[in-house]
Write a protein that binds this ligand. Structure first.
Ligand SMILES: NC(=O)c1ccc[n+]([C@@H]2O[C@H](COP(=O)([O-])OP(=O)(O)OC[C@H]3O[C@@H](n4cnc5c(N)ncnc54)[C@H](OP(=O)(O)O)[C@@H]3O)[C@@H](O)[C@H]2O)c1
Length: 193
């Protein structure tokens, strides 16, 4: 039998992209979790690059509040993708590809890396995304800024962790007012040069 132990530091790192829609004032949902303000931008001919993005994704990670919100959509939106849901509770998995885990962000990423899942979508919400960021695990951001100010709500990134410099990879403005921003953490070597 092969020895499948992982030698620390030899496992290739997975990309972890926080792909999300935000109001101009930095909220991903209203205070009660509402996302109706996204509806006018959904279901049309423009998909803002979503199909191409999800096509190259191997796995999805999300917090339990986002998972429970998705369950209310009727149809499970991530069918055919491996999904990890972070929760301290004993939630039911909606299908066989869904893993409910009490693990911390670092352990979840190590598990995905051990399974060879290289391109991971951090689907949110803000609390869990903030925790992945605090652990230095986010490798990229694709943030669609929706032309709306909510005034209050669930923040894009939970308030935790140190200040971090980003670099802009790409930006795209759509005729309906959405601006999509691709950022990645700035290499510390670039900062000091
Ligand atoms: N605009 C968008 O693109 C977008 C994207 C995603 C989500 N959303 C919206 O965002 C809202 C949910 O966001 P949210 O920030 O409230 O919640 P969340 O990040 O989806 O889930 C938070 C929950 O995850 C569990 N959890 C497990 N491990 C954790 C850890 N290490 N750190 C933090 N939480 C952990 C906790 O619940 P338990 O342990 O009790 O289960 C916690 O309350 C929903 O309304 C959703 O519709 C919007």
């Amino acid at each position: 039998m092969h020895d499948q132990r992982i030698v620390a530091g030899t496992m290739p790192k997975s990309e972890l992209i926080y792909y999300v829609a935000t109001s101009l004032d930095g909220f991903i949902a209203t205070a009660d979790g509402g996302i109706d303000w996204l509806a006018p931008f959904e279901g049309g001919t423009q998909d803002y690059g979503y199909a191409a993005f999800i096509d190259r994704i191997d796995a999805v990670v999300m917090g339990s509040a986002t998972y429970e919100k998705c369950l209310g959509f009727g149809e499970w939106p991530y069918a055919g993708k491996r999904v990890w849901v972070l929760s301290s509770r004993d939630l039911d998995a909606v299908d066989a590809d869904v893993t409910i885990t009490p693990d911390e962000p670092g352990a979840v990423m190590r598990e995905l890396e051990a399974q060879g899942l290289r391109r991971v979508w951090l689907a949110g919400g803000g609390l869990v995304a903030g925790e992945f960021r605090r652990h230095g695990l986010i490798t990229g951001y694709i943030v669609s800024v929706i032309p709306v100010v909510l005034g209050n709500g669930i923040p894009l990134l939970g308030h935790s962790g140190d200040q971090e410099q980003l670099e802009l990879v790409e930006s795209r403005a759509y005729p309906d007012g959405i601006v999509q921003l691709h950022y990645r953490p700035l290499d510390p070597d670039t900062l000091s040069s």
